[in-house]
Design a protein around this ligand. Structure first.
Ligand code: MF3
Ligand code: CO
Length: 257
């Protein structure tokens, strides 16, 4: 079922999104060579709880942490660990979600650890840019596949590939609601977007091939060819006009963060 949110519900999701943005910004500041992903997870959980929210990932289908930390060829759902100590030159995606007064927000970004290669930086940049290219279609009247098509076009024209096995999703009282939001496809298909829908758009972009597999821990998704992968995600509100990035408060189209 696709849920349409009313003004009061949107206000709550806006609050949750602003809080999540603050959490991710604080985590981002701590990323440097020598920190373990477990430390980042502990920091995130404390911060989320200190704001009176609940880390939505913790215990979600048995997931054992409050954030996902996916390093280099890890695509998503990397489990924080004391033995995963970040090293200069790596890239790490931080994916986090929280529940405030019953309303969810979900967002991710990828950052370099210390100095990274030009190619790694370009992958991070193109991934973020593909999100904003797709956002142009997150408007009333377009269809779900217009979003994925925009991501695919943007990244393939730049020599990267878009992971197909995992998708974005609707969000609201649940972290994962309908519709599914693929990052590839032909335009003009699927659910028509309507104001009051809230969706997570989350391109996962590989430097090499788009095929992925899951490690024996049952969670960590990696590229099959071992190529670097980057991830970028926001909780987005469809309006009668420009989309609103609930997890990036103060965003205006012109800024292109
Ligand atoms: N943020 C992920 C998503 O976008 C969900 C994380 S799965 C969890 O779908 F198990 F870690 F919670
Ligand atoms: Co998501």
């Amino acid at each position: 079922m696709i849920t349409i949110k009313n003004a009061a519900q949107i206000a709550k999701m806006r609050e949750a999104g602003a809080m999540l943005h603050e959490v991710l910004s604080q985590i981002e500041k701590k990323i440097e060579p020598g920190i373990s992903t477990k430390e980042l997870d502990r920091f995130a959980e404390k911060l989320i709880r200190s704001y009176g929210a609940i880390p939505s990932f913790l215990n979600y289908e048995g997931y054992p942490a409050s954030i996902c930390t996916s390093v280099d060829s890890q695509v998503v759902h990397g489990i924080p660990s004391a033995s995963t100590v970040l090293r200069e030159g790596q890239i790490v995606s931080i994916d986090a979600g929280l529940i405030l007064d019953g309303w969810q927000s979900d967002s991710a970004l990828t950052v370099g650890v210390g100095a990274i290669s030009r190619e790694a930086q370009r992958l991070i940049d193109v991934t973020r840019e593909s999100f904003f290219a797709a956002l142009a279609f997150a408007r009333e009247g377009y269809r779900i596949s217009d979003i994925g098509h925009a991501v695919q076009q943007y990244v393939e024209q730049r020599g990267f590939s878009t992971v197909r096995a995992l998708c974005g999703h609707g969000i609201g009282r649940e972290m994962h609601e309908e519709p599914s939001v693929p990052n590839y496809g032909i335009p003009g298909h699927g659910v028509r977007l309507r104001r009051g829908m809230t969706i997570c758009i989350e391109p996962m972009i590989a430097a090499g091939d788009y095929h992925v597999r899951t490690l024996a821990d049952g969670w960590t998704v990696v590229t099959t060819d071992g190529s670097l992968c980057s991830h970028y995600e926001h909780t987005v509100l469809i309006t009668g006009d420009e989309p609103e990035l609930l997890s990036l408060p103060g965003y205006h189209k012109e800024e292109k963060r």
